[in-house]
Design a protein around this ligand. Structure first.
Ligand code: ADP
Ligand code: MG
Length: 701
C-alpha cells in the first residue's frame, strides 16, 4: 500500500463526495481514510438471535425482538411530547418510545404487522421500554439476512437527516477495504504480539468491522483496545520521565518563618494525620529539583484548603509568590476570606482577583504582582489573563480541577520562566489505579480521613407526594436555628426549562414559608455576580434561613450553620454531583440531613444512585458505584470526558487490559528508552505519528 494511502481525504472515497464528506467531518470528525477506518462500531447486531419479551432481564441490554405494535399514542410531558407504542409478542408487552421524528413514525408504522425491533432496553417500574428502536418488517428482515454480525456505527440526528444511515456507512467501509486490499501496517512489535497472542493489525481491523464470528470479534477488540491503551501509556510515561529528568523545577529548600509561625501560632486545630502526610509529600516534592505536578484528592470537607495555604506559605518562605484558583466567584471569595481569617495578623500580603474586581484595585494588584509585593493571589480564571504577570510565581494551586479546561491549565505553566509547581485539588475521588492511568503524568496525594468530631450526615429519599412532611421537618430545623439549602438541577441543554423549574420551586416555597416568618435567598446562573454575592452573603451571615439555588452552590461553599440539604429532582443528578452537594452540609457541630426528593417513576440507574447515597457517605465507595453505572466516559463531567479521546477502550471496563498496556509500556521504555532497537521501529514510527497528530492532555506544550 502507498504509505500515504490512509491520509487520503475522505471525499475521494467512492460513494462519499463533498456533501457527505462535510457531514462526516462535522458530525464524526472523519476527514481522512484513516479516520473512517477508526470509526469502530458501537456494537454488532447478531441478526440470527432473538429475545422474547419475558426473557428481558435488566436495563441497557441490546436486544432484537419479534412482535407487533397493537396501539400507539402521544404522551404529553413536562419536557415535550413523546410517542409511545405498545409492542407485544406471545410472552408479554413492552413499550417503544420516540422523542424525535414522531410525525414520520406515526405515518409510516403499521399496526398489527410482525416487526423485528432492535435497540437498547430501559426498565421503568416493571415495564421495559426501548427508545428509538431500529425496525424492520419481518418480511424485509428475512430478505436482508446476509451478514450474520452487522456492525452498528455511531450515529447522530444530523447524519440520519442527511441520509448517512448505518447501511451507508457500512458501504463506505466496504469500499475502503476494497480500495486498500485490507492490508494495513502493523504497529506493535512481534515480541508484544507473541506474548499476548494478539492478532495482526490487518486481521483486527477487518474483524472489528466485519467479524466472521464472535470469537474473532473478541480478538479484534482485545488487540485494538490493547494497542490504544498501550500508546496512551507510552505517552504518559515518557512525559513523566521528561518532566522528572529534563525540566528544571524551582527548588523550595527552606521551611521558614511563615510556615513555622503559622503552624505554631495560627493553626486553629490539630491537623489530621492524612493532612500531615500530604503536606510532607508535597514538601519533599517541591524540595527536589523537579517540577511538581501533583493531584490532591480528598473528599468534601477533608480539609484541603489548609494544606494549600501551608504550601503557599512554603513558597513564600522560599521567596516565591503563589496563586490559588477557584472555578467560581463565590468560591474564590470564600477562599479569600477564609485564608485571610486563618492568616490573622501575619505579615502576608494577599489579594482577590475576579471578574468583578474594580479597575483601580485591579491596577494595584497587577502592580504589586509585578514588583513582588503581593505574596498570594486568590482568584477565578481571571488570574490566567495575559495581563496578569507575576514577579516570580512559584506555586499554583487549582481547586476543584474538573471545572478547568486543559488550555487554561497549560497557561499557568507559562506564568514563570521556570514553570511553577502545580497542585491540583479535587473532591471527586477516583480509585488510585484509575487515577494513574488518567493522570499518568501526575503524582497523587490522598487525604483519606475527615477531621475528627464530624457527625455523619443522615440521608433519606422522599417522594414528591411527601412534600408537606418534608416542609414541616424543614420548619422544625429552622426553629432550632438551622439553615437550609434547596437545590434544583441545572442541565445546560435546556437552561430555560431549568430556570423555570427553579422559579416554580421558589414560588411554591415562598407560599409555604411565608415572608413574614422566613427569609429566602435565591442564587442562579442568570444573576449578575454582584447580586449572587449579595444573596449568598445574606445566607452566610444567617440573615436568611433558606437558600434556593441551582448547582452553582455545588462547589466548595462553606456555611457551617446550614445543616439541611434538600435536593429537588434528585434523579436528574449524577452520583458524584449528589455527593458534592451533600458535602455542603455536615460542616458544623449539629446533626445534618440530606433529603433527596424525586417523583415516583424512577429508572433502575436512578434507584441505584439514590440507594447508594442513602447507604454511604464515603466518597470513594460512591465513586466506584458511579464508575460502574457510567463507565469512564463521564468520569469528571463534560470537560474531561474525551480527555484521552479513546475510540474503543474504556479505562474502567478494560482495567485489566489497561494494566497490561501499562506494564508493557514501562517494560519497553526500560529496555529501550529511545526506541532505537530494530524490533521497536514500528512502535517508534506509530508513536511519532501519533505525537504529531494529537497530543493528549498536555501540561508541557
Ligand atoms: P475541602 O477539602 O472540602 O476543601 P475545607 O478545606 O473547606 O474542605 O475544610 C472543611 C472544614 O474543615 C473547614 O471549616 C476547615 O476549617 C475544617 N478543617 C480542616 N482541617 C481540619 C482539622 N484538621 N481539624 C478540624 N477542622 C478542620
Ligand atoms: Mg474546598
Amino acid at each position: 500500500m502507498n504509505p500515504n494511502f490512509l491520509q487520503t481525504p475522505i471525499p475521494y472515497l467512492k460513494g462519499v463526495g463533498p456533501n457527505r464528506a462535510d457531514t462526516l467531518g462535522s458530525e464524526l470528525g472523519i476527514h481522512t481514510y484513516l479516520d473512517l477506518l477508526h470509526l469502530f462500531p458501537n456494537r454488532h447486531l447478531d441478526k440470527t438471535s432473538y429475545y422474547k419479551i419475558n426473557q428481558l432481564q435488566s436495563s441497557g441490554a441490546d436486544v432484537q425482538i419479534v412482535g407487533k405494535i397493537v396501539h400507539i399514542k402521544t404522551v404529553e410531558q413536562k419536557r415535550g411530547k413523546r410517542l409511545v407504542a405498545s409492542f407485544i409478542d406471545e410472552t408479554g408487552q413492552m413499550e417503544l418510545v420516540w422523542f424525535r421524528g414522531q410525525k414520520w413514525i406515526r405515518e409510516n408504522l403499521k399496526l398489527n404487522e410482525p416487526y423485528v425491533v432492535f435497540g437498547r432496553t430501559t426498565k421503568y417500574g416493571s415495564t421495559f421500554s426501548m427508545p428509538h428502536p431500529e425496525m424492520e418488517l419481518v418480511s424485509e428482515h428475512e430478505k436482508n439476512l446476509k451478514v450474520a454480525m452487522q456492525p452498528i456505527y455511531p450515529s447522530t440526528e444530523k447524519l440520519s437527516a442527511k441520509g448517512i444511515t448505518n447501511r451507508v456507512i457500512g458501504k463506505m467501509m466496504q469500499q475502503l477495504f476494497l480500495e486498500s486490499g485490507g492490508k494495513f501496517p502493523e504497529s506493535l512489535s512481534s515480541g508484544i504480539r507473541d506474548e499476548l497472542k494478539l492478532i495482526s493489525k490487518s486481521q483486527a481491523l477487518f474483524n472489528i468491522h466485519f467479524p466472521k464470528s464472535q470469537e474473532l470479534l473478541a480478538k479484534a477488540r482485545f488487540r485494538l483496545k490493547f494497542e490504544e491503551l498501550f500508546y496512551v501509556q507510552l505517552q504518559l510515561i515518557s512525559k513523566k520521565l521528561i518532566r522528572k529528568h529534563k525540566i528544571k523545577g524551582l527548588p523550595f529548600e527552606t521551611v521558614g518563618e511563615h510556615f513555622n509561625t503559622f503552624f505554631t501560632e495560627h493553626l486553629p486545630f490539630e491537623l489530621t494525620n492524612a493532612q500531615k502526610r500530604v503536606i510532607k509529600e508535597i514538601r519533599s516534592d517541591m524540595g527536589s529539583n523537579a517540577q511538581m505536578n501533583r493531584l490532591l484528592q480528598g473528599d468534601v470537607g477533608s480539609g484541603k484548603t489548609i494544606v494549600a495555604l501551608m504550601c503557599m506559605l512554603l513558597a513564600m518562605d522560599n521567596g516565591f509568590q503563589s496563586c490559588l484558583m477557584a472555578p467560581t466567584e463565590i468560591l474564590a471569595n470564600q477562599h479569600y476570606n477564609g485564608l485571610k481569617d486563618l492568616l490573622g495578623e501575619m505579615n502576608v500580603n494577599i489579594s482577590l482577583l475576579t471578574g468583578s474586581t474594580k479597575k483601580s484595585e485591579r491596577t494595584l494588584i497587577h502592580e504589586q504582582l509585578e514588583n513582588g509585593e503581593l505574596h498570594i493571589l486568590v482568584g477565578t480564571h481571571a488570574v490566567l489573563e495575559d495581563k496578569v504577570q507575576f514577579h516570580n510565581l512559584g506555586l499554583a494551586v487549582i481547586d476543584e480541577q474538573h471545572r478547568f479546561g486543559v488550555a487554561q491549565r497549560s497557561k499557568l505553566w507559562h506564568k514563570n520562566e521556570i514553570p511553577p509547581h502545580i497542585l491540583v485539588m479535587t473532591a471527586t475521588p477516583i480509585p488510585r489505579t484509575l487515577a494513574m492511568s488518567l493522570y499518568g503524568d501526575l503524582d497523587i496525594s490522598i487525604i483519606d480521613e475527615l477531621p475528627p468530631g464530624r457527625k455523619p450526615i443522615k440521608t433519606v429519599h422522599r417522594f414528591d407526594n411527601n412534600r408537606l412532611k418534608v416542609f414541616q421537618f424543614m420548619k422544625d430545623e429552622i426553629k432550632k436555628g438551622r439553615q437550609i439549602y434547596i437545590v434544583y438541577p441545572l442541565i445546560q441543554e435546556s437552561e430555560a426549562l431549568d430556570y423555570k423549574d427553579l422559579m416554580d420551586g421558589y414560588e411554591s416555597i415562598s407560599r409555604d414559608f411565608s415572608p413574614s416568618d422566613y427569609q429566602i435567598s435565591i442564587v442562579h446562573g442568570k444573576m449578575k455576580p454582584k447580586d449572587k454575592d449579595y444573596e449568598m452573603e445574606r445566607f452566610v451571615k444567617g440573615e436568611t434561613q433558606l437558600m434556593v439555588a441551582t448547582t452553582v452552590i455545588e462547589v466548595g461553599v462553606n456555611v457551617p450553620n446550614a445543616s439541611v440539604m434538600v435536593i429537588e429532582s434528585a434523579e436528574r443528578f449524577g452520583l458524584s454531583q449528589l455527593h458534592q452537594l451533600r458535602g455542603r452540609v455536615g460542616r458544623g457541630a449539629e446533626q445534618s440531613f440530606c433529603i433527596l426528593m424525586t417523583g415516583n417513576k424512577l429508572s433502575e440507574d436512578s434507584k441505584t444512585r439514590l440507594q447508594t447515597m442513602v447507604r454511604t457517605n464515603d466518597g470513594f465507595d460512591i465513586a466506584e458505584v458511579d464508575l460502574k453505572l457510567r463507565g469512564s466516559g463521564d468520569l469528571m463531567g463534560t470537560q474531561q470526558s474525551g480527555l484521552l479521546n479513546l475510540k474503543i477502550a474504556d479505562i474502567v471496563k478494560d482495567n485489566q487490559i489497561l494494566k497490561a498496556a501499562r506494564y508493557h509500556a514501562i517494560q519497553l521504555l526500560k529496555d529501550d528508552p529511545n526506541l532505537k532497537k530494530e524490533e521497536n521501529q514500528m512502535i517508534l514510527k506509530a508513536y511519532t505519528k501519533m505525537m504529531k497528530q494529537s497530543s493528549i492532555w498536555n501540561y508541557i506544550s
